[in-house]
Design a protein around this ligand. Structure first.
Ligand code: GCB
Length: 607
């Protein structure tokens, strides 16, 4: 018994179980930021984590030789401590390390971050949380020398409670970040994008009431436009039988509910006439939830999304997805995109193209992107980083994929812009992969049955070199939207033969092309059959777009890709030089010819 108690105490104290429940809508909560300069130590040999016998430091023995999380200082002139964060250089948070320091450009490994902080208006009666928008890939988080927990997954948020550990002044947070790629992780060893490491999104501290609103959802009913469905989940000592109110001033709606024993209440609210959110009317309502001392506000759009046969219906009306794929990168500044300014640039370019749809590839993008998409009326495809050759048979790998998917859905379930959860990209077929992806789809549907499920599948020709293309993937039966990537005219097939291609698709489901494209070095001009020229890329777009548009079930197109992006796979000098050149915009912000071709195509189908 004693041992059991000790084990439970240990689990609680170091939170080896992982992270705390995710806080909903931290984005609009008031808190204070830990963004800014953080000291860092590059730790290639993991000296800060393991002792010389390769056992993790527990912080008690010979700490001076390692255990960076203790952030120790010599107490006397005899004290030997072989690291000092305060003498170490700094990196900006948020931000990847690769684009900030030349010598970290190719670095994949462990790096320790440290930031000291005080808590303004410290209040013993509050509960304190530290929240990370994302850290790529593994984060071990310590506050004032104690481990809060560990999180894996480079593109989703997580938080830890640190009540009792923090005080008004002189706190420090240490984060060990490890972005080494590994075969059993998600994504895995091989991708076609830069593995930017670091604390890549905002870090915030929140002071919350003893009992607070941990999570909520509010969405338009799938069938009835006069009903909103939702729930509120409280966290804290008095979460049970507590009054929760919901207020939407513009609708003059004020409702009160009481939570159950678990601190939860589910509700259905009748509403009169709603102005529905759509790509042409991105209407958001101010929504306020309160419970006890806690209050949280959000801006939520209400819309329905469904399919009927081969159509996608937005609020019962057929919508065609004029899309573009986007990586989360600000090539002009260099590095991962994270800010609202970055989002404005990327989504502004998409709007300029005439898009009403963006495929946020190949992992969950930062919250600014979906928040801004909500405001701009852009429909969003949101993707789990299950890419290429994941370890389909490994149950631990499945857990990692499922965890990231559920963090994504938890974060974005109230965003009207998000209409599609994508399970994976270009994954090789096998029974194990089918089970893996089907389980993921089931999980997504159980967390959110209001959105559509898809995955970027592959196509192949019926005979080698033939003109008839088929999908032939049984995961096509599982998805709501049939999507595939195809590179006819680039990776295979002759660009001049594109006009003869036929896609044989016998399913009565909407087809959304999730990728096609060709590489072009902006400013390189040649005849249109010369690869890497803007003219070649342009020709491929001119040939491909009308052929895709003739697929009877076509409901959307998202070419690859908005802007050139960094990829270590792309080594050809002078055309690539570390960049995937399939962008319609170069890393210097210049539009290529094909940009205008796609823009014209979208404006013509609009008419
Ligand atoms: C694909 C992948 C994408 C690559 C792209 C390419 O099919 O989904 O991640 O970057 O092709 O450029 O080859």
């Amino acid at each position: 018994m004693k041992q059991l108690v000790a084990l439970i105490l240990l689990l609680v104290s170091v939170n080896v179980l992982g992270t705390d429940n995710l806080l909903q809508n931290t984005y609009l909560r008031s808190g204070f930021t830990l963004n800014g300069k953080w000291n860092y130590i590059v730790d290639v040999y993991e000296t800060g984590y393991y002792n010389y016998r390769w056992e993790p430091h527990d912080g008690s023995t010979n700490p001076g030789a390692g255990a960076f999380f203790l952030n120790e200082k010599p107490k006397s002139k005899k004290d030997l401590i072989e690291y000092d964060f305060d003498k170490a250089p700094t990196l900006l948070v948020p931000g990847d390390w690769n684009s900030q320091k030349e010598k970290l450009f190719y670095y994949e490994g462990t790096l320790w971050y440290k930031k000291s902080f005080d808590i303004p208006e410290f209040d013993e009666g509050k509960r304190y949380y530290i929240h990370f928008g994302a850290v790529n890939y593994r984060a071990d988080v310590y506050v004032n020398g104690k481990k809060l927990g560990m999180h894996k997954g480079g593109f989703t948020p997580f938080n830890f409670e640190m009540t009792g550990l923090v005080k008004a002044k002189g706190n420090f947070v240490v984060v060990r970040v490890d972005n080494k790629r590994a075969a059993d992780e998600v994504p895995t060893l091989n991708t076609d994008w830069w593995n930017y490491g670091g604390i890549t999104r905002d870090v915030m501290v929140y002071a919350l009431s003893k009992t607070f609103i941990e999570d909520y959802s509010l969405q338009l009913d799938k069938e009835n436009k006069k009903l909103l469905n939702g729930y509120v989940q409280l966290n804290g000592e008095s979460k049970a039988n507590t009054r929760v109110s919901l207020n939407i001033p513009e609708l003059k709606l004020n409702k009160e509910y009481f939570t159950d024993e678990m601190g939860r209440v589910n509700f259905t609210v009748p509403v009169k006439k709603l102005s529905l959110w759509s790509d042409s009317n991105p209407k958001l309502y101010q929504v306020r939830f309160s419970a006890g001392d806690d209050e949280i506000q959000d801006k939520i759009g209400f819309r329905q999304i469904a399919t009927r046969g081969a159509d996608i219906l937005l609020n019962d009306e057929v919508v065609f997805l004029k899309g573009i794929c986007i990586h989360e990168e600000n090539a002009m500044r260099g590095g991962r995109a994270y800010s609202m300014e970055d989002a404005k640039m990327l989504l502004g370019w998409a709007k300029e193209l005439g898009c009403n749809f963006v495929r946020l590839a190949h992992y969950p993008h930062n919250e600014n992107m979906v928040r801004l998409a909500d405001e701009m009326g852009l429909l969003v495809w949101s993707e789990n980083p299950v890419y290429w050759t994941i370890q389909w048979e490994n149950p631990e790998t499945y857990k990692k994929a499922a965890q990231q998917l559920s963090e994504l859905i938890t974060r974005d379930k109230n965003r009207a812009s998000v209409i599609i959860w994508s399970m994976a990209n270009e994954t090789p077929q096998s029974d194990a992969r089918f089970t893996f992806l089907s389980n993921l789809a089931e999980k997504a549907r159980s967390l959110d049955n209001t959105r559509l499920i898809s995955a970027a599948l592959e196509v192949h020709s019926t005979v080698p070199g033939g003109n008839t293309m088929v999908i032939g993937d049984k995961f096509a039966d599982v998805v709501d939207i049939l999507s595939f990537n195809q590179y006819y005219g680039w990776y295979w097939g002759d660009v001049e033969n594109i006009k003869n291609i036929r896609w044989e698709i016998d399913m009565d489901k909407p087809v959304v092309i999730s990728e096609f494209g060709a590489g072009a070095l902006q400013g390189y001009h040649a005849d249109s059959l010369t690869v890497w020229s803007e003219e070649f890329q342009d020709l491929l777009y001119k040939e491909t777009l009308p052929v895709l548009y003739r697929i009877p079930q076509i409901s959307g197109i998202a070419p690859w890709i908005l802007a050139d992006f960094r990829s270590p796979r792309r080594v050809l000098i002078p055309y690539q030089d570390g960049w995937n050149r399939k962008g319609l915009i170069s890393e210097t912000g210049n539009r290529k010819k094909a940009f205008y071709t796609l823009q014209k195509f979208y404006s013509e189908i609009e008419e």
